[in-house]
Structures are given as C-alpha cells and as structure tokens.
Ligand binder design. Structure first.
Ligand SMILES: [Zn+2]
Ligand SMILES: [Zn+2]
Length: 258
C-alpha cells in the first residue's frame, strides 16, 4: 500500500480529504520530480503516457459500429451504428453513455492500478483522457458529477476513483464539479457475479440527490470508470432526471457484452 493511501485510510477519509490530499501531493511532486509514465515509470512521457504505453492504450480504443445511446460495440465488421436491443427494449434515462475504451489490456491495468492498488497518480492521466474525449465530442455540460461510492466503500478504499478522474477533467474544462449533491445512500455490495437483471435490482434506490432543485433544467455529465450493464449509470441518471436534469454519461472503459 502506498504512503498516501495509508494516510488517507488512517484519517477516516472523506471525498474532500482525498481530493485535497491528491492535489497537494500532486503539486509537490510536480515541483520536485519530473513526471514519469504512470503505467511503466518511463521518463519520456508524451501527452499522457510514454510512447509504448500510449500505443498499448490506443489498441483498446472502441472503434467501429456501436449503439449511439450506450456505446455497445457490434462485433460484425459490416455493422453500422444502430440502437442496441437493450436500449430498444428499455430506453435509458440518459441521452448517451460514451465509453472510450474496452476494459482490457493497458486500460484494465491502469484502472486496476488506481482502484485496487491505490495508485492515485493514475487519476491525472485518466482524467486527461476523459477531458480529451469530451472535447472531441464538443460536450460542455453545466455540471460534472462523479458516480459516488457508499461511505463504507469510501472508507475501505480511501478514495473514490471516479471522483479523482472527474476532478482532473472538470478542472481542465473549467466546469463545476459536484461531488456532494448525489449520494449513494445504500451499500449495495459488489455487483460482480450478478447478471443484468440482478445488477439492476441490486442498485435500485441506492442513490439520491441532496438538493434536487439545483439540477432543474441543467445538463449533467456523470463520470464513472467502467460501464458494465449500465445499471449504475441508469440508476444515477433516473434520480437526476427526476430532479429535472438531462444527463450524459462518460466512462473510460466498457466491459464486453454482458
Ligand atoms: Zn509507459
Ligand atoms: Zn444501447
């Protein structure tokens, strides 16, 4: 466990301290150390990672035909963009859910490093990638909201990886970051091992908005690390939509068809 994470844990971390800790540490490191590739520690860093890791990362990019609503990729080479069966049967409460990469290879490595090995230096590069993805699509929401963790999970992990990524993207784009307005009020446990229906049922009623009036008429961008069945994104978006917002979602990665 790295020192920063250890400190966060012993401080009974909150999202606020995690962000503060990250920015102070990051600023100090930037002053005294040259930035290394967050994936392999190589000294020659290009825009985000070193040349080799950039190639590895780009190999995972979602290309080809996909669902314009949820980014579900279609395997057939001949396929053109069309609404997938899931979105047809059950139209989601969000306008679109963009995913940039497959959840495999260097992308999976980067996210596991951040999430499970507490390597928060990964948040900067991943936030930069999200920011570039948003800029490319010309998305400029009124508010950016990271998908929240339940307080129990936050204490275990010491930080919310989605908040750290969202913070970097929001700062670069100068869009307000709201990490307190949407709460995960029920501890749903891990979704791993549950099917599509199980995940949707498990997460039902897990989120609520603290000040719902603040979202009325606003465009909100939800940021999360991975999109699997979309159950989490749908549940968060439902709550925000009920508060009068229109929602888009961006995730770094999309797990293969579930
Ligand atoms: Zn590298
Ligand atoms: Zn779809």
């Amino acid at each position: 466990m790295n020192k920063t994470l250890k400190r966060n844990l012993s401080w009974r971390p909150t999202e606020k301290t995690a962000v503060k800790e990250h920015s102070v540490t990051g600023a100090l490191l930037d002053l005294f150390l040259p930035s290394l590739c967050a994936l392999c520690n190589e000294k020659e860093v290009e825009e985000v990672f070193c040349a080799k890791c950039s190639v590895d990362f780009e190999t995972e990019r979602l290309t080809g035909a996909r669902c314009p609503i949820c980014s579900e990729p279609f395997m057939s080479q001949e396929a053109v963009d069309h609404t997938c069966v899931v979105c047809l049967k059950s139209p989601p409460p969000f306008i679109e859910a963009i995913s940039l990469y497959y959840y495999s290879g260097a992308v999976l490595n980067a996210l596991h490093g951040l999430k499970y090995r507490g390597d928060i230096s990964m948040a900067g590069p991943l936030g930069k990638i999200i920011r570039k993805g948003l800029a490319k699509r010309g998305l400029r929401p009124d508010i950016i909201i990271p998908v929240p963790l339940h307080i129990k999970r936050l204490k275990e992990r010491g930080f919310n990886q989605s908040l750290l990524i969202a913070k970097e993207a929001a700062k670069a784009l100068r869009i307000p970051l709201d990490y307190r307005g949407l709460k995960r009020v029920r501890d749903t446990g891990a979704q791993v091992g549950l099917g599509r229906t199980g995940r949707a049922e498990n997460i039902k009623g897990a989120f609520k908005t603290v000040r719902p009036k603040e979202y009325d008429g606003k465009t909100v961008l939800l940021i999360d690390d991975v999109y699997t069945t979309g159950a989490t994104a749908r549940e968060c978006a439902t709550v925000l939509k009920n508060s009068g917002a229109s929602i888009s979602v961006i995730t770094l990665a999309r797990a293969a068809r579930f």
